[in-house]
Design a protein around this ligand. Structure first.
Ligand SMILES: *[C@@H]1O[C@H](CO)[C@@H](O)[C@H](O)[C@H]1NC(C)=O
Ligand SMILES: *[C@@H]1O[C@H](CO)[C@@H](O)[C@H](O)[C@H]1NC(C)=O
Length: 245
């Protein structure tokens, strides 16, 4: 019986920890949940394509866009985003990588624009670079060197680059929101059902083993749990689990 109580307690403790962690994860802001690693920074989330996903290793800007699966290519419109990209890159890439920027050359306005059509105010051109006038304007694209953070003009179609970073807007988390996450609510409901179910089964077998063949146990003589001691075991168990997690 004791071991059963301990098992249930471990289970409850784990549930509490899981629930708490899922709440904490939400407090970090909402990044896309598409199974890939999204790093929150500022108002956005960033996915650095690397590892197994980085099959082709080199991409034209069109291929880079496809790697982002509907999300946008990296927009670097502030110094802090530029620094963030340089600082995070070594976490995923060993050497310098030329990261495609979400820029296109607007031949009507005769200037670069971000893919969301915002004007380019922050720039970080490499010193002594060239405007590369041999690249047709329509085919002008920009890469960011991951080690220096400096930008360089390249051809969108002839050059293949090895760095792809995708960007998604980070959904702000409303604290104390009335209708919380449906996932969280479902988790809570499922947990309660699971706890009730397990308790009932344990109680049933405990009663049956104690009262021999009698299927309907008597409440008077066989209280289901020694309530206070079981509660205390639970608290201790939960704390132990929390510490080791
Ligand atoms: C920079 O771009 C992001 C979208 O990537 C946008 O939300 C933000 O307002 C822009 N900031 C500036 C200073 O242009
Ligand atoms: C890249 O091209 C743009 C527009 O033609 C130009 O303003 C910029 O100076 C060039 N960058 C470098 C590093 O030469």
């Amino acid at each position: 019986m004791e071991s059963r109580v301990r098992n249930i307690c471990s289970f409850l403790g784990l549930l509490v920890i899981l629930l708490r962690h899922s709440v904490e994860a939400q407090a970090n802001g909402d990044c896309p949940a598409d199974g890939r690693t999204w790093v929150p920074f500022g108002q956005s989330c960033y996915h650095f394509v690397h590892g197994e996903e980085d099959v082709a290793k080199r991409y034209t800007i069109e291929e880079a866009k496809n790697m982002c699966r509907g999300f946008a290519l990296l927009i670097v419109n502030t110094t802090s985003v530029n620094n963030f990209v340089v600082q995070y890159s070594p976490e995923v890439w060993k050497n310098n990588v030329n990261i495609w920027l979400g820029l296109y050359y607007d031949t009507d306005d005769d200037q670069y624009k971000w893919f969301d059509d915002s004007v380019v105010s922050f720039k970080n051109w490499v010193e002594g670079g060239s405007p590369d006038w041999d690249i047709p304007l329509m085919d002008k694209c920009v890469v960011l060197h991951s080690t220096t953070g400096k930008w360089e003009n390249v051809s969108c179609t002839k050059d293949t680059e090895n760095g792809v970073v995708c960007e998604a807007a980070q959904k702000p988390v409303v604290i104390g929101k009335k209708n919380g996450s449906p996932l969280l609510s479902a988790l809570v409901i499922l947990s309660v059902i699971a706890i009730l179910g397990v308790s009932a089964v344990v109680w049933f077998f405990h009663q049956r083993s104690n009262s021999g063949t009698a299927l309907l146990p008597s409440f008077e003589y066989h209280p289901p749990f020694r309530a206070p001691s079981a509660d205390q075991t639970c608290l201790v168990e939960a704390e132990e689990l929390e510490e080791t997690s």
